[in-house]
Design a protein around this ligand. Structure first.
Ligand SMILES: [Zn+2]
Length: 494
């Protein structure tokens, strides 16, 4: 949306990271507020193009653009509108985002609901294209992601069988069928465009089986001498009265909210385990500790003096300590199989840049396929994921997604390598002959375009991003907040 990395816009995921604090995440809900005014939707609007943005994640609260916006998840359960402008919101008589209770439904209901939602969003997109002279349309079909989370074990029965999970043949084709449906919907959408139109089909990640083994990062840090734990249970209990109570509240609120939308059982368990295990850490003898991220990423934070409340690591040691931990983590092997566990390891500034870089943990690991971060401290380095926790959610993201492009100026055949999500906004702006704001981190994917187009359509001079932050229509009201908390209570998170 912004052509910038999270270090610049500040949103790393569905929870707000705060590695400076032992609670690790902020209680604040993730909203689109920091993005308003700086997205592709805003830039195109300022060039007088009519824009429609339908169900793009993290566009709540919807804000004013030159056109129409329907908020994507996460957004509160309590409203039907969730769109801008207000008049348009009023004309929508359906929700375009799932309510949290949806995810606890049966498999059949989930499939039907996902298909219905994709149909609904596509119909709205086609209606807006036909009736509102839309120049640029953004539509998110959420089903392909979701079915990979919930139906992977049926698609890959061997995977399910290895875990001892019951198989149901009727769900074997859910994932391929969802892709065929998405393909048909995109086909319908394209049929309503002219031949010149630029079309990009992208995903922000791929899918695969869920991890079956935990890497207990804190256990490794403990064994390697970087993390101290309290000697007795009594001292754990004593510590519980302090920061851990705050941590428990923070986790229950923000994780609860995230879970509500996405992966209820698994994450709430992880969150609770995290709270339990952090209580064991003796900060005075801890130089580094785990910072959970979204799999396959896993973070490590240095307990830095002057930054962390009980920091012990001197600033001059920070860099060499990070380097040593990175080197050692890259050598970690599963003691049971001998295989490498960490695929890649980075200092945060190798991945992120900008004013929000301090929201990233000091070290970011990418784990090998099959592994996910675990919260045990005193036990084994690797432990199996409880198969029961994979009954509902048994697929997980992969780093590589898809990119398909077609239209005027696009090379009709070929393959593109090394494309990143941040490249999409500059690439689209170039495709439309518009200047690219100089703050963007992405690059134009020139390989997508024909040589003739590259020759005859020079890049516009870089532009200054004028930040005009538009008003949001209806932000979280006290009633919303109450309703969300009420729901969390019902789900047992509060
Ligand atoms: Zn997903």
């Amino acid at each position: 949306m912004t052509g910038t990395n999270p270090g610049r816009h500040g949103i790393y995921g569905f929870v707000n990271y705060n590695p400076d604090s032992y609670s690790q995440i902020d209680e604040k809900l993730v909203t689109a507020i920091p993005l308003r005014g700086r997205t592709l939707f805003d830039i195109l609007s300022r060039h007088d193009l009519r824009v429609a943005a339908i169900s793009v994640p993290i566009t709540y609260p919807a804000w004013e653009i030159n056109g129409f916006m329907v908020s994507g998840e996460p957004c509160p359960d309590t409203r039907t509108g969730l769109a801008s402008p207000a008049e348009f919101a009023k004309s929508l008589n359906r929700r375009y985002a799932f309510q949290s209770s949806f995810w606890s439904k049966s498999n059949d209901e989930i499939i039907a609901g996902l298909y219905e939602m994709d149909d609904l969003r596509t119909e709205l997109a086609i209606r807006l294209l036909e009736e509102e002279e839309i120049d640029a349309l953004f539509l998110v079909l959420g089903s392909t992601d979701r079915v990979q989370h919930n139906f992977w074990r049926f698609y890959d029965p061997d995977f399910g069988a290895r875990l001892g999970l019951p198989h149901e043949q009727k769900y074997e084709q859910v994932i391929p069928e969802t892709y065929r449906r998405a393909d048909r919907l995109i086909g319908r959408l394209i049929a309503s465009l002219n031949d010149e139109a630029l079309v990009f089909v992208i995903s922000d990640h791929g899918g695969g089986s869920a991890a079956t083994v935990h890497l207990n990062t804190n256990a490794w840090l403990h064994q390697a001498g970087y993390l101290g734990i309290h000697a007795t249970k009594d001292s754990i209990a004593a510590r519980l009265k302090g920061p851990v109570f705050f941590l428990r509240r923070a986790l229950d609120n923000t994780l609860g909210d995230r879970l509500r939308k996405y992966l209820p059982d698994r994450l709430i368990r992880q969150g609770r385990a995290l709270v339990r295990n952090i209580a064991q850490i003796d900060w005075d003898s801890t130089r580094a500790y785990r910072f959970p991220m979204y799999p396959p990423a896993e973070g490590i934070v240095i307990n830095l003096r002057g930054r962390q409340e009980k920091g012990v690591v001197e600033r001059r040691v920070y860099e060499p300590l990070r380097e040593v931990i990175i080197e050692e983590m890259l050598g970690v092997r599963n003691p049971l199989t001998g295989e490498k566990v960490v695929a890649e390891a980075f200092r945060r500034e190798e991945l992120y840049e900008g004013p929000h870089i301090h929201n990233a943990p000091d070290i970011i690991l990418i784990l090998q396929d099959g592994y996910t971060g675990g919260s045990q401290i005193s036990g084994a380095l690797v432990t199996p994921v409880d198969p029961a926790s994979l009954l509902k959610v048994n697929g997980e993201h992969r780093m590589h997604g898809i990119l398909i492009a077609n239209g005027s100026g696009i090379e009709p055949a070929g393959e593109i390598k090394d494309a990143h999500l941040v490249d999409m906004t500059p690439t689209i702006l170039y495709g439309l002959g518009l200047p690219i704001p100089s703050e963007m981190d992405g690059k134009i994917l020139t390989e997508l375009f024909t040589e003739e187009h590259l020759r005859t359509a020079p890049r516009a001079a870089p532009a200054q991003l004028e930040l005009q932050v538009a008003e949001a229509d209806g932000f979280l009201t006290p009633e919303d907040e109450r309703a969300m908390k009420e729901q969390l209570k019902r789900l047992g998170y509060l």
